[in-house]
Ligand binder design. Sequence first.
Ligand code: G3D
Ligand code: MG
Length: 185
Amino acid sequence: MAPKSEERWKLKICLAGEAAVGKTSLIRRYIYDQFEDRYTVTLGAKVTRKSLTIEDAQGRGTAHIDMAIWDVMGEKFLRELLREAYFYGAQGILAVCDVTRADTLEDLGSWKASIENVAGEIPMIVLANKVDLKEEAVLDRATLQAFTEGWDSTYLLTSAKTGQNVEKAFEELAQKVLDSVAVEA
Ligand code: G3D
Ligand code: MG
């Protein structure tokens, strides 16, 4: 049976979070071995493209998504300098913290503010990364829950090392973005 609609979407997704939380590793894990991986490097950012297909949960048909995944590079001062360009037109955010460093969760607050300045309120999922490092973890579910609820967001425990929840993170965000766009329309 033919789907109800065959819509094609171009989405811009940005990774946010402090240095060394695992942003680049999460993208690599997600697109690893995918022949459609193409990227361009611009000043302070690297853009990777990935095509995916999502069956719309609300029965609106199949969505073909061409996702541009932006990875921020460089230090804080560079981020401030380039944030308008980096977040301009962003439709969804994966905000990454490191479960072994509590401050990386708090720092996401300033990332969120930067993003909203430029892109407005857009769907965001917090990724509590490096969950494979169980012994060293200092962030627990209660803390993550409290932060993300306050931000009107949700979180996922991820590991770029084992792959845990990595695909799910990108797909769930894509779904949230489609839902938010559909609500606006
Ligand atoms: P960034 O892009 O946010 O700056 P990177 O972070 O992706 O460069 O990762 C920083 C370091 O953390 C890297 O280690 C990387 O291998 C490690 N890392 C990223 N994700 C995970 C994870 O889920 N689990 C574990 N155990 N390590 C992770 P190096 O040693 O290469 O600097
Ligand atoms: Mg990086």
